[in-house]
Design a protein around this ligand. Sequence first.
Ligand code: ZN
Length: 544
Amino acid sequence: MLRKSVVAMAAILSLSVSARAEDHPSRPSLIVAISVDQFSADLFAQYRSTYGGGLKRLSQGVVFPKGYQSHAATETCPGHSTILTGNRPGHTGIIANNWIDQSVARDDKLVYCAEDPTIAGSSSKNYTASLQRLRVPTLGDRLKAADPASRVIAVAGKDRAALMMGGRGADQIWWWGSREFTSFTARPTTPVVEQINSSIAATVSAEHAPFPLPDNCAALDHPVAVTPTTSVGTGQFTRKSGDYRGFRASPEMDATTLALAGALIDEAGLGRRGHTDLIAIGLSATDYIGHIYGTAGAEMCIQMGQLDTGLGRFFDRLDKAGIDYLVVLTADHGGHDLPERNRENAIADAERIDPALTLPRFNETLAARTRLKAPLLLGDATQGDLYLRRDLSSAAKAKVMKAALALLRGHRQVAAVFTHDQLRAAPEPAGPPEAWSLLDEAKASFDPERSGDLLVLLKPRITPIADPGAGTVATHGSPWDYDRRVPILFWRKGLAGFEQPLGVETVDIMPTLAAEIGLALPKTGIDGHCLDLIAGPATSCPGK
Ligand code: ZN
C-alpha cells in the first residue's frame, strides 16, 4: 500500500514536472526586478484603468494587487531589503533608513542603513556607501554562488535601493549621486555610464517645458494650500536650466534610470549568454514626487502616465533584443497624501503630528518631568525607534523610561508604544499579513541589536511632518495599510495571467524567482514562501 502510494506520488510529481515544462519550455535568461519607490497598492488601483504601456502589460500577468511590505517601519531601506532577500527587516538587519548606534564616534549617533560609519569624518548624511549592515544574501548573491558566470547589475535613483537589491556580490551597482550616476569609488565606470552621464549634463543644462496634462489628470489639477504661501496640486515639472533637484523629482529621473538600465543590459550582454542574469532597477521619482507634491494631485497623475510609458518603452527594447525575461515589479512601501488635501477629500480627521511630539520638544518635556538634562532619548524622529542615552545611570534610565511611556501612551496621536523587551519576547509573525497585529508588524522590523528601547507608532492619518514649509509635505513610514500595501506583478512572455487578491508579502518574491530559475534555497532562514505562478494544477514551486 505504502509502495503503491509512493509510486502514485512519483507519477504525480513527474506529471507536474512535465506540465511545468510545457508551460515554461525553458527558464528565463534574465530576471528584471523593478521597484517603484512609494508605488502604493492604492496608486496602482487608482490608475490601473488608464495604463496603456508597461504597466498595462504587467497588469495582464500574474497580479497580486495586495502585496505587503508587512513590517511596521515602512521606509525605503527596509522595504528594498525585503524584495530580493526573502527576509523581513528584522532579519535583513535594515530596521529603518537611519537608526541610532551609540558605539559610533559621532555626536548625533545616527547611522545610515547603507554606509560605513567607521570612516573618519563621515556622518549619516555625508558617508561612504557600504553593504556591511545587510545581514543576508540577495538573490543575485545566491545566483552567483550557484553559477559564477551569472551577471548581476543594480541601478537606481537612490543608493539604498540599488545596494539593498543588488547585494555584496553584484558585478555593478549604480545609483544617482547628486548630478550623475555613480558607484563605489573603487569600481571603474563603463562607457555607457559615461555616455548617459554626459547626456544628463546636457539635458539638465537646458530647461524643461511642462509635461502635458493628460485628460484623466484634469480633475486633479487644482491648488491645495499647504502653508499660507505655498500650495501643491498643479505642478507639471517645469524645470529651470541646471536644476538637478527638479530633475530628480520628475518623470525625467525614471526615464534616465530606465535608459541606463537598458544600456547596461546591452553592454554586459545580459540575458544573451546562456546563463541566468539579473538586473535590479529602482525607480525613485514616484517617491520624490509623493513627498514634495503628495499622492493625489496632478503631479502624481502625470508621473503615473510617464512611468507607464517609460516602462513600455523599456520592455519593447528587451523584446527587440530577443531576450526571454521575467519581470517582477513591486514597491518598497506605499504612501499617504498630505493631510491638507486629505481633509478636502473626505478625510476630516487627517492631521499633522503635534509639534510637542517632535523629538527636541519631547526631550525638553521629559527633562522637565524627570529633572534630568536633555536630550534623554536619541532617535531620528519621535516616531519609530527611540533610544535611552547609554551614559545615563540605571536609575535615571528607569525614570526616563517610565516618564516617556506615560507621556507617549497618554498622547491622543499615539497608537502604540512597544518596549525592547516586549518586542524581543514577541513570537515571529505568521499567517496572512492583512491580519497581523501592530505587535506582529513591529516584530517584523525588530532587530535585537539595532532596534530602540522604545518603538512609537502613531495613529492612522497622522502625518509625522510638523512643518511642511521646508518642501516635504507628505510621507510614509507608518504601520498602516496605505504604507504597507504594494502591488506585486509578475510577467513573462507566454506566462498565463491570473489575479490573486489575497495578501502576500514582498519577501515571497525572492523564493518565487528562485523557483523560476531553478535555484535551490536552504530550508530555513528565509521568511518568504514561493508563490505558484502557474494558473491551474501545475506549480512553479518546488516540493509542492
Ligand atoms: Zn521609498
